[in-house]
Design a protein around this ligand. Structure first.
Ligand SMILES: [Zn+2]
Length: 315
């Protein structure tokens, strides 16, 4: 395993550290060539495209300078993303391999043909992530961490990776258990994860899609307007639209809410309206502070009258 040529270790200390990380990852079976060499560059391309497009076709007005938010959200992501790649993904992969080795999991019991098995596996994985997102909102403990994502005062591509590292760590046992219970084939898991990240980037983006196109698209998948409502300061709107890739889970559980015009949405959590609180230090410490009630600083609770058809997307 350590049969690398000696001269590789005569690099600068930074180069040496990189080699050590790669060797450890290899030793722990944490390298996923297709994911790392195809999936990651693809995600980079998607993110770059969205970054350019959302600046050109803005959906919601910004309330804060983009640079400040990039720095804050980038710092939160810089700690959280390695936890995803180096812990969550290898653990879920190990769970998939374990279920394969022991021939367990729902999919194996169903006795489905190969392709149907992959389609059903993909859907069940996505459904398990809908349930996880509901749990993040329902559990007070988990909400403390998920709150870091929601108190962002604007919503754009950078919010897609603004997750507290604690939230990502908490997802490891849940998501790995879901993989084993479903009995997801390992290659399908890796493909799902690439799409999961790509769709997360898409629906968090501040990209204004043509309304008619988005109205159709949200019949199938979560779109920027749909997820914008999930980030509203109105509590019942935040507790809607939990789906990640397919929007069907919200339709199934009647948690869908599309009838809020985007210009009427105020992004954030009402008790965290002060931009001065959006410091990197505060974002890391937030889960360990006392939770504030769902109200504006003046004590009022933001509310909105219910429109007639919750499943109809408004512009
Ligand atoms: Zn949420």
């Amino acid at each position: 395993m350590l049969a690398y040529p000696e001269q590789k270790f005569s690099f600068s200390s930074r180069g040496r550290n990189l080699w050590i990380v790669l060797l450890v990852a290899k030793a722990m079976k944490m390298m996923f060539p297709k994911f790392d060499k195809v999936g990651m560059p693809l995600l980079g391309l998607v993110a770059t495209t969205l970054f350019v497009l959302e600046a050109k076709r803005q959906l919601r007005k910004r309330s804060r300078p983009k640079k400040e938010r990039l720095l804050e959200n980038g710092s939160v992501a810089a700690v959280a993303l390695p936890a995803l790649r180096l812990l969550l993904l290898p653990t879920m992969y190990a769970a998939a391999k374990w279920s394969e080795k022991h021939q367990v999991g729902l999919l194996r019991r169903m006795g489905l043909p190969r392709w149907t098995k992959h389609v059903v596996g993909f859907l069940l994985l996505d459904y398990s992530n809908y349930l996880w997102h509901v749990l993040l909102h329902r559990s007070t403990l988990l909400w403390r961490f998920h709150n870091v994502h929601h108190i962002d005062l604007d919503l754009d591509l950078s919010t897609a990776w603004r997750f507290h590292v604690g939230e990502n760590l908490a997802s490891v046992p849940y998501r790995s258990a879901a993989v084993a219970l479903i009995g997801v084939p390992a290659p399908l898991l890796l493909a799902y994860e690439v799409l999961f990240e790509g769709c997360t980037a898409f629906h968090h983006s501040n990209l204004r899609l043509p309304y008619k196109l988005e109205r159709r698209l949200c019949q199938l998948m979560v779109t920027p307007r749909m997820h914008g409502i999930h980030h509203s300061i109105v509590e019942k709107e935040t507790n809607s639209n939990f789906s990640v890739i397919f929007s069907w889970w919200d339709r199934l559980h009647r948690t869908i809410r599309l009838n809020v015009p985007q210009e009427a949405v105020t992004i954030g959590v009402p008790s965290y309206r002060d931009p001065a609180e959006q410091t990197i230090k505060h974002l890391f410490l937030l889960p360990f502070e006392q939770l504030r009630p769902w109200q504006l600083p003046d004590g009022t609770v933001p509310e909105r009258e219910e429109g007639p058809n919750k499943a109809l997307l408004l512009p």
